[in-house]
Design a protein. Sequence first.
Length: 235
Amino acid sequence: MNTPLTPQSLPRRSFLYRKLAALGARFAAGNEAAIAASFGGTDEAAAAHNLGLADLSPLRRVGFKGPGAADWLVAQGLTVPEVNRCAAQADGARLFRLGANDLMITTDLGATATLPDKLSAAWAALENPPQSPRGFPMPRQEGFCWFVLTGRHAAAAMAKVCGVDLRPHRFPVGAIAQTSVARLSAVAARDDINGTLAFQLFADSASAEYWWDCILDAMQEFGGRPVGTEALRAL
């Protein structure tokens, strides 16, 4: 009989792994970390279509900031959108442009996109001092927790904790709001999953447990529940 994987058995774990375990999460390995793959019970894909909250905090992400950062990423072959927009990359990774030279790159939901690691390696391999401005890396892996809110009630749930109008007809796919969510400075980006409304959410990792509880509380009246990465990939 196989022993279930536990967060403590891998080098990385979510900022709120204890809460996830208490909710019955089944963990899977990815990015040398334990990721909440499912929570059991009824069909999680259906729950994600209605209103689901997933924790992606262990998945790989990297940031670059400072003069020349955007130009350097363009030179690496990335699609760099306008400020406060996000864009898919060739391998499924996402680039979030938070400022003219403040950018974050995340892996995909399946943790197969290797772009964050490739960029970190490319930056480290450059001459020091560099021949041209290229900015500097930002610790987005440690500094931000990362949640995804999905489903037809996602905008209504967000309205309870965020003052920005995130309804689909007002907040288009690819848009980013840098705002307050449950009284935390946060990044909310619309990034639908196969036609299902979805918001990528980032905030201070030190407040991850508080933020998770606040968002779950806002979801209750709509029948929302935690979901794992398997449900997201099934959308």
